[in-house]
Design a protein around this ligand. Sequence first.
Ligand code: ZN
Length: 593
Amino acid sequence: MSAAYTVEAWKLDDLFSGFDDPAVEASIARLEKDAAAFAGWRNELSAEMPPGRFVDIVAAYAGLVGLAIRLQGYAGLRFSADTQNEEAQGFRARMQQLMAGLDNQTMFFKLWWKGLDDEPAGRLLDAADDYRYWLAALRLERPHTLSEAEEKIINLKNVNGSAALMTLYDAITNRYTFKLTVEGEEQELTRGELQVYYRDPNPALRAQAYQELYRVYAADMPVLGQIYQFRARDWRSENLDLRHYSSPIAVRNLHNDVPDEVVDTLLAVCRNNAPLFQRYFRLKARWLGVERLRRYDLYAPMAKTDKTYRYDESVQLVLDSFHQFDPQVADLARRVFDEHHLDGEVRKGKRGGAFCSGLTPDLTPWVLQSYQGRPDDVATMAHELGHAIHFMLAAESNNVLTLFPSLPLAETASTFGEMLVVDEILASDPDPELRRDLLFRQMDGAYATIMRQAYFAFFEREAHAEIAAGASPNQLSDLYLANLHEQFGDSIALSDDFRFEWLAIPHIYQVPFYVYAYAFGQLLVFALYQQYRQEGDGFKPRYLQILRAGGSAAPVDTLSRAGIDVSTAEFWQGGFDVIGRLLADLEALPVEA
Ligand SMILES: [Zn+2]
């Protein structure tokens, strides 16, 4: 069907042929010139301006963004491919500087647009066509916007107030070091290095790693706890008292452009399904040969298979699985390989992990992974190519401003692609260890992105309310421990040191209520997969329509146009039904501890 693919580094020629490519300096010069011209149109902006001129200015802004993305994208890709390369480091720093300057130079446009009255804004929006949702989304928070003078004061005071407090939280916690004795030798570790031991095969080491984490954080509870109290009180006084949001979480919901009721329904369904993961933890205990899992053992390594895939086998497997779903999906994925946009090599200095980077609509996305032939690498390839497909389908009809799906939809095609490949392997490969490993992988992922995040959100909801009622850091720790007891039931042994976990979750400090978006995105895909299983071919056009929409509409509108109603509990339950089936498959395997 196609030539065998071999593992390679990517080609970036579609962007620039090198740092010394004359097009680099020419692009920078053009960007600076265009930005200056854009800034010169400032005085033309007014409530009475001709809609045609308004659209021209938005299009010029999109042009600037496109050019900036090309340059910044090239800088990011070169750096990821070789993080130790000084030229790449220098160019990246230069581009960051350039982009910050560009932001400052063009910010006036967004500020003017957000501040414009509804009536003239509506008139201009009606002409905006392809840019409509991007423009409308910028105005979402307008009903909660205060007078210009008030906004100025909030901005000014935030810099050294709430934002400064978050900088302090980072500054304090980033300095922590952790002591761990590994093979008789005491080591001093960063948090990142410590976390590796949560997955260590040695149960004692796993426990020590967590105990050390919470020893350090708990010692600072009087400070870290107060920071959280200040953050929650500030969130409430600004957003509820001044801006009249209905609840602390409603602020985030509006930002994500997802209705409050949809989020409430999603979270309620998560809560109802806590027993599903409790069942999973009991099963995991059996496989590990213990009576009951300790919280320390949640991420104990389960992989047993030594099965590997040659690179070309892996590519073929992914393309075949995509082809079975829909030939055009496979064709898009093949384009990434044919244009040499996937860097799969294992190299020193290359960025770890994997990502897909989509830049502008006219460019095929780039994918980075370090391919080592494990089943996990096959799933990762499918995941990142899923992102690439999403991007390419969205690129068919979107501009650079409406291309990128918002957070709740951002993982749709990636996770879906991963499911297709994993299902294909499960259906075609009888190797029981491989099956087991893949099922554990899916379950661990579902737990970490859905249930764990949903319970973080429950804690945030309760904590914000309790802090308003005067709760102390100690009472918040009690609240957190109760939250964990509800989440796990009696499925695991939960030691009291986990009562301090909330002090160590940067998200709940930095971006309140951000976490539920992970649960939303992941469960959405499982629910869509469930519909695919039930409807077969009839589902495909609706699914592709969601991907094609990119970021051109509110997530809920994109889904409802494809006939998907996320406001019902049944829809979200469908997602858990898929997870339940994975678990049942796992439970059906004979346990060999
Ligand atoms: Zn992803």
